[in-house]
Write a protein that binds this ligand. Sequence first.
Ligand code: HEC
Length: 104
Amino acid sequence: MLGVACVLGASAVHAQTTGLDLAKNKACMACHQVEAKRVGPPLKSVAERYAGQGDAMVDYLAGKIRGGGRGAWGAVPMPAQTQVSQEDARLLAEWILSLAPPKP
Ligand code: HEC
C-alpha cells in the first residue's frame, strides 16, 4: 500500500480502498479479480510477477492497461482501456503492484 499512499499524498482518501474502487470504477473487475482468475489473470499474480522490479514496472503496467496486451498470461488478449487516463493507469498499476507480498 505504500506506493499508492505516496502517490495520493495528502488526500484524505483511504489508500486501501482507493485502488480497488478505481478498478471497479474503470470496469477492470469485469475481467479481473484480486485473488482468482476471471477472464484475465488474478491481479495478485500480476503483482507477484512484476513486483520488486523497480519503478519501471509502474510505467510498463500503466502502458499495458491503456494499450492492452496479449500473450503474457494466455490466449485471451486484454483490450486497450483507453477510457483510463494516464494518471489513473499509473494509480492502478501502483495498486496492483502493491498486492504482492513484500519480498525478503
Ligand atoms: C475484457 C476483459 C478485460 C478488462 C476489461 C481488463 N482486463 Fe486486464 N487483462 C485481461 C486479460 C485477458 C489479460 C491477459 C493478457 C495477456 O495474456 O497478455 C489482462 C492482463 C492484465 C494485466 C497484466 C499485463 C501484463 O503484461 O502482464 C494487468 C496489469 C491488467 N490486465 C490490468 C487491468 C486493469 C487495471 C483494467 C481496468 C482498467 C483491466 N485490466 C481491464 C482482460 C481484461
